[in-house]
Design a protein around this ligand. Structure first.
Ligand code: NDP
Length: 280
């Protein structure tokens, strides 16, 4: 079965409409996302536009603060602090990647935990590691939501995550662990990637390498989640050889139309959660 991330994301946006309407009734304003966009990376501009479109469809207000590529770390930090102080801003997101000369860690650290809707802060990652309530990074959260909505159980399952980045692989592994899966994390130094992947009931590919996961690496009846977003011959593709792996997998996400739309949908959920929490 092909997991339809676009359909689930649309459903989530529709579900959020009643929450954002209730928030409006209570406060006279809508949950609000502020995006800091630095420089003129065309891909970032497209991502931000997509996020704003999705926000509008869920009844969330959004605006961007554009800073020139020449801005200093201190100036960018100052801008984030200004947004942090605004009572009408519920969520702040700094669109990555940043121009090379900037200290991304410092700029991100200026976002207060309760407005960190990307879930990248040390406090939010710490909460996840401790199995406590916090905001979780949108992409791995989106993967868990897909598993839930397709009734794919994780308890006692063997899960393999390929990739160990702070924004995808690590939080993905922690979420699966918190959901009672037995988790193995693979990376570029892993010996015998094929043997590790073959054990997986749930295989999450988040390496950013087109064609890395081939059919001979996948167990019959496994669930295969492809987080990868790569450009090959001008076309967007994942890390999984979809055509051949689909013949063996019980469930599989396509690229595009799988995890990508869920990332944006979970951002909206995180903004709503942040807004409601601040109201409380
Ligand atoms: P990073 O480059 O930060 O991390 C990639 C990870 O994959 C690293 O841990 C790396 O290992 C590992 N890796 C690389 N090559 C191999 C290999 N040959 N075998 C095993 N492991 C390997 O990427 P991100 O985590 O930021 O993103 C991963 C992918 O997901 C990208 O394609 C990205 O575009 C996509 N993405 C998609 C999103 C979506 O919404 N669908 C959102 C975010 C990302 P090591 O640590 O040893 O270097």
């Amino acid at each position: 079965m092909i997991i339809d991330g676009r359909a689930v994301a649309a459903q989530i946006r529709a579900e959020l409409l009643s929450r954002t309407a209730r928030f409006f009734e209570n406060t006279g304003r809508r949950p609000t996302l502020a995006v800091v966009l630095i420089g003129d990376d065309p891909a970032s501009a497209i991502y931000v536009r997509n996020k704003f479109k999705a926000c509008a469809e869920a009844g969330i207000d959004s605006f961007d603060v554009r800073l020139p590529a020449t801005v200093s770390t201190e100036e960018a930090e100052e801008e984030v602090r200004r947004l942090a102080d605004k009572g009408t801003v519920d969520g702040i997101l700094v669109q990555l990647p940043l121009p090379k000369h900037l200290d991304a860690e410092r700029i991100l650290a200026a976002i207060p935990t309760e407005k960190d809707v990307d879930g990248f802060s040390a406090q939010n990652i710490g909460a996840l590691a401790l199995g406590k309530r916090g905001t979780v990074a949108c992409t791995p959260l989106g993967v868990m939501e897909l598993l839930k909505r397709y009734n794919i159980g994780t308890c006692g399952k063997y899960a393999v995550v390929v990739g160990r980045s702070n924004i995808v692989g690590k939080p993905m592994a922690l979420l699966l662990l918190n959901a009672d899966a037995t988790v193995t994390v693979c990376h570029s130094r892993t010996q015998n990637l094929k043997e590790e992947c073959l054990k997986a009931d749930i295989l999450v590919a988040a390496a950013g390498r087109a064609g890395l996961i081939t059919a001979d690496m996948v167990k019959e009846g496994a669930t295969v989640i492809d987080v990868g977003m790569n450009r090959a011959e001008g076309k967007l593709c994942g890390d999984v050889d979809f055509e051949n792996v689909a013949k063996k997998a019980a469930f599989i996400t396509p690229v595009p139309g799988g995890v990508g739309p869920m990332t944006v949908a979970m951002l909206l959920v995180n903004v709503c959660n942040a807004a409601e929490m601040r109201l409380k």
